[in-house]
Design a binder for this molecule. Structure first.
Ligand SMILES: [Zn+2]
Length: 190
């Protein structure tokens, strides 16, 4: 990367971090993770790599955003706001996984939860993921053609015989365009 590219990136980041709590990454490509059905492809038309397509239109806190950068990257970051992210969260992540998978069902039972609590868990995880993301409480993980993965930690109280216990958990998420969050893994006990 030459000095001008460096300077350009530096100015872009200053502008991106200025004034807005959140920043949105904008690429020249019309492709994004959502219209690529969750697997980004490079865009030969605008010469945009698959990672920039995966990040296209995603929204993060300016102080906690993906640092992916490469020479001649045409993507910019613009300040934006985000008060209530929407979710892609399939109830079956709870009903057909947490209560079905052998290890997961043992884990969830050890917290006092039963299949009839599925809706409660769904709502609880939804609320906490949105709330913590807006506060910037997320940990960036892998970035690949499947998107920018991140982890959101939250506490949840046990139920029934475990009602007096609090459990530290996390959700595994992926950033979709316009601040939308896909919850890939709803609940993992830490
Ligand atoms: Zn790129």
């Amino acid at each position: 990367m030459n000095i001008f590219d460096r300077l350009f990136d530096w100015v872009k980041n200053i502008i991106g971090g200025f004034g807005g709590e959140f920043v949105q990454k904008i690429s020249l490509s019309s492709l994004d993770l959502e219209n690529c059905n969750g697997v980004a492809t490079s865009d030969g038309f605008t010469n945009t790599c698959e990672i920039c397509v995966a990040l296209n239109k995603t929204v993060f806190k300016s102080t906690n955003s993906p640092t992916f950068i490469h020479p001649n990257c045409k993507c910019i970051q613009v300040p934006t706001t985000l008060s209530s992210p929407s979710l892609i969260f399939d109830m079956r992540k709870i009903t057909d996984y947490l209560f079905i998978d052998k290890n997961k069902s043992r884990m969830i039972k050890s917290m006092g939860y039963y299949p009839e609590d599925a809706q409660y868990l769904y709502d609880y995880v939804s609320l906490n993921v949105k709330k913590e993301f807006v506060k910037g409480n997320y940990i960036l993980k892998n970035l690949n053609k499947n998107g920018q993965h991140f982890q959101i930690n939250y506490d949840i109280n046990g139920k029934r015989e475990h009602a007096n216990e609090t459990f530290q958990c996390y959700a595994g998420c992926i950033a979709y365009p316009n601040g939308k969050i896909k919850i890939a893994t709803a609940l993992v006990k830490i």
